[in-house]
Each structure stands twice: as C-alpha cells, then as structure tokens.
Design a protein around this ligand. Structure first.
Ligand code: MLT
Ligand code: ZN
Length: 482
C-alpha cells in the first residue's frame, strides 16, 4: 500500500489546529507510545496527535486522507497483539484527552462516554449513579472505552454479559474519509440493515475511529460474593461451573481457571499476594457471583453450593471473601497472572477458544502434544473457562533463558497451537484481536471466504488504506506466512 509520510505543511497545519497540548513530534514525548505492552514491537510515528473533540479528529483524518498518510488510533496501549503500535511515518492519534462522561441515564440505563474514558473511571461513575457497567478486565485502570470497543474486548464477566459488542448500543465515529458517523443511540432495537456499529466494534481502528459510545448499563450490584476454590485438576472445573449455575442461576458471572503454576508465578512476582488456602491443589477457580440488593441469603446459597461441590468431589477446599478488601485480594491473584508471566520472562502467548465443553479435553491434549514437541517447554493455560477461552501460553524450559528460546520457537509453537485449535473448530483470537502479531497466522488459517469478505469491507470503507494499516486485514499482496 503506497502510503506517504506527512508533508511539513500537513504537520504545520496539524500543530496549529491542535495546539501544543494536542500535537508533538518530539521523540521523548512519542517514546512511551511506540512500544506495545508486551514489548514485542517497537514502532515509529511522525507525530503524536491528541485531539479533544470529534471535529478535531475529523480534520486530522480528512487531511491525512488528502495526503494518503496513515492514522493509527491508540487508547490505553494495552493491546496484547500490538494492535495500536504505529509504523513508518504514521500519525499516532491518542484518544486519551477525549475522556468526558457525557451522561448517565438511569431511566434509559445507558452511559454516553467519549472514547478516551478509562474503564475503571466508567465503573466508578456508573456506581455513583446507582448503576453498573459490567465489563471488566485486568487492564481496567488504563484500557479506554474506544480501545475496548475497537478490539471487542472480553474480560472476566463475559459469561453473563457478553463481550464489548454486546454492550455497545450506539457509536459515534470518524470514518476514513473524515465524515462523522452519528450513531450514538439509546435505541434497543434498530433494524436498518448493515450495522455499522458492529462493523466498527472489533475493527481494531481499520475502518474508522470510535470517538464516543452509548453503552448498556446494568442494575447496581447489591451483594458480590467472591470465592477461591482448590480442585484436584482442571477436569473438575466445568462440572463445578454447571453445578453452580444450576443452583445459583445467572448470578454466577465470573468463573476463571487458575492452574497451580499460574498461582505460583503470581505469588513469586507480585507483592502483597498470598495463597488463600492452607494446602496445595492441582488447579484453582476464582468464582464471582453478583446479586441485586435485597436478594435473601445470597451468601448462604453460595456456601451451600460449594459445600455440595465438596461432597461431590469437585472441590477440595474453598475460601469465600468476607469483605471487599478480601475480594480484591482474590481477584489480584487472577488479574496479575499476565503481569507475573511478563516479569518471569517472555512466553509464547495464545488467546484461543474452542466449544466450552471441549476445552478440558483440548487443554489436556494440546498441553501433552506441545510439551512433547518442544522438549522441556512449560504450558500455562489459564482464564475464561466458562467462555471456552483460555490463554494457552508456553514458557521456555526451566533454567533456560526465556528470550532466546522464544526467538527460536515462537513461530513454530504458534503454528502448532493454532493448528490444534483450528482442528478443534476453535478461534486463534478469542478476545485480543489480530493486531500485528497474529496477522500472518490469521492469513494462513482464515480461509478465502472470510479473507475476501474482510478485504472487500476494508476496501469499501477505507479505499486509501490509511486506517491503522498492517493490522487485522491481511493484504492479498502480503507474503505467505513463514
Ligand atoms: C487476561 O485474561 O488476563 C488477559 O486477557 C491478558 C492475557 O491474556 O495475558
Ligand atoms: Zn483474557
């Protein structure tokens, strides 16, 4: 794709339009935003633009289109697949200054927010208004709403509320020609054909820039119960989840699998963490149930269900948080797995899904095959078991330096895991998106019908190819995957 570097004239015009707070081409200012969270990709950009409203975004895009210059939108820069890391002479467009919560309507049960709002700020604002925004994930203190929409993020409450797509009622976005799509909406039903909102969600900024969204809220949580359970092995987890659902219903909204190796990593690397149970277990689950206020005997219901699970041999031991601080401490054991893994040394990461009921068998067989094929490699498979989505990560053999092992084996491990997932009818990206890091594998596996449709949509909406190039959409001209 023949993209250009911005001309000095364009840079001057942008600097004038955006002012000193909204424009910088200074290498020191740019530096923190040029590397992805995992430190895998180091990018470059001609300038960092930080507009404060959609009209500024529209001008940026229109002027960039006129010179055929790439625009790379960025939210919290916590992509797992380098989806927001720019390359070449791109204009890096940070939405972080567009962080107004425009309104929360109790009557409509909707929050209208700008793209740069940080997820935990939205959590607090919704709570203050007596409502709840239910999507949550480990990066909640830095991830922005625009990024979460653009990646159709998942997280730990998908079991009950679905991923970001399920929570977006309307969008405002700047399209690749600079037009503003006025799709903010409080409508629960709207059947006017192709759904641009759902095209933009999960498009990773390749079809336009989300500037604001109207999001579905839920009733505030009255009582939240968080439990940590020890099990003999991962095979017990799914029967346990189904049993809890039978007893408690859809109040069970988080069910996260934590293998013992993941717990050990967290305890080793993350300060102020401790094992909640006295003994060791093969595997753990973090369970969250949330009830509306006034639910009678919510805690007793969970205690009784866990007691029954113990009698049935599904659970060996359990600890239920008795206050908010304990609940936060239990969640910290789960949410810090990625950070602990990162501190331990680079690992080959995957974000895969297979049908939920096949996951335990898949994990067992894929682990066996990968560990046999890559001598000494150590699998750590954790996460959203209830959604059929596991982060199936592979670490270097004990005692071997992580980086050289990673460099030598990353591509081959990726291929093997993705082939196993594909054979199981699964997806190579359950919740992280494709970005740059999965692009070649996506092109290898996706099949012509999916790729042709993807390319046709991209071509129709962004014929100049300026929006976040090199992400998500493999070009027909790309070299085949190695
Ligand atoms: C998680 O579930 O912790 C996140 O998706 C991050 C990760 O996969 O490492
Ligand atoms: Zn995850």
């Amino acid at each position: 794709m023949n993209l250009n570097e911005p001309s000095p004239d364009l840079l001057r015009k942008l600097a004038e339009r955006l002012g000193p707070k909204g424009f910088t081409a200074d290498a020191v200012d740019l530096d923190p935003w040029l590397t992805d969270w995992r430190g895998r990709v180091r990018g470059s950009a001609a300038a960092l633009l930080s507009p404060v409203n959609r009209d500024e975004v529209a001008d940026i895009v229109r002027w960039a289109a006129a010179e055929r210059v790439a625009v790379v939108p960025q939210g919290g820069n916590t992509s797992m697949v380098a989806g927001a890391t720019p390359a070449g002479g791109a204009l890096l467009l940070s939405l972080r200054r567009m962080n107004a919560i425009r309104g929360i309507s109790h009557q409509e049960n909707i929050a209208t927010v700008e793209a740069g709002v940080i997820l935990s700020d939205l959590h607090r604002a919704a709570e203050a208004a007596g409502r709840r925004f239910p999507l949550s994930l480990a990066a909640k203190d830095s991830a922005t709403i625009g990024g979460l929409i653009s990646t159709n993020a998942g997280g730990t409450q998908v079991l009950r509320f679905g991923p970001m797509r399920a929570l977006v009622l309307g969008l405002e976005a700047v399209l690749p020609d600079g037009q503003i799509f006025e799709g903010l909406s409080a409508l629960r039903k709207d059947n006017r054909g192709y759904d641009l909102r759902q095209l933009l969600a999960g498009a990773e900024g390749t079809l336009g820039i989300v500037t604001a969204a109207s999001l579905r809220l839920e009733a505030a949580v009255g009582e939240r119960i968080v439990a940590w359970v020890g099990m003999a092995d991962a095979d017990k987890a799914l029967p346990l989840l189904r049993m809890l659902e039978d007893r408690i219903g859809d109040a069970i909204e988080g069910f996260e699998l934590v293998p013992s190796v993941a717990l050990e990593l967290v305890l080793r690397h993350i300060e102020r963490t401790r094992d909640p149970l006295a003994g060791k277990h093969g595997c753990y689950a973090l369970i969250e149930a949330a009830f509306p206020s006034g639910t009678p005997a919510a805690r007793e219901a969970i205690e009784a269900a866990l007691m029954e699970a113990m009698e049935r041999g599904l659970v060996e031991d359990a600890s239920i948080a008795s206050n908010e601080a304990q609940a936060v401490a239990l969640w910290a054991l789960r949410e810090n797995i990625s950070e602990a893994e990162r501190l331990d040394g680079i690992s080959v990461k995957h974000d895969i899904s297979v049908p939920v009921s096949d996951m335990p068998r898949f994990m067992e067989s894929a682990t066996r095959q990968v560990e046999a094929a890559f001598a000494g490699a150590r699998v750590i498979a954790f996460g959203h078991l209830g959604d059929g989505n596991i982060h199936f990560n592979v670490r270097s053999p004990a005692g071997q330096a992580a980086q050289p092992w990673f460099d030598a084996n990353n591509a081959a491990v990726n291929r093997m895991v993705h082939d196993l997932v594909t054979a199981a009818g699964g997806s190579i990206s359950a919740e992280h998106g494709i970005g740059q890091l999965k692009l070649a594998e996506f092109a290898r596996i996706a099949g012509p019908a999916r790729l042709d449709a993807l390319r046709a949509i991209k071509q129709a909406l962004d014929p100049l190819g300026i929006m976040n190039p090199g992400k998500l959409v493999p070009l027909a001209s790309d070299p085949p995957a190695p």
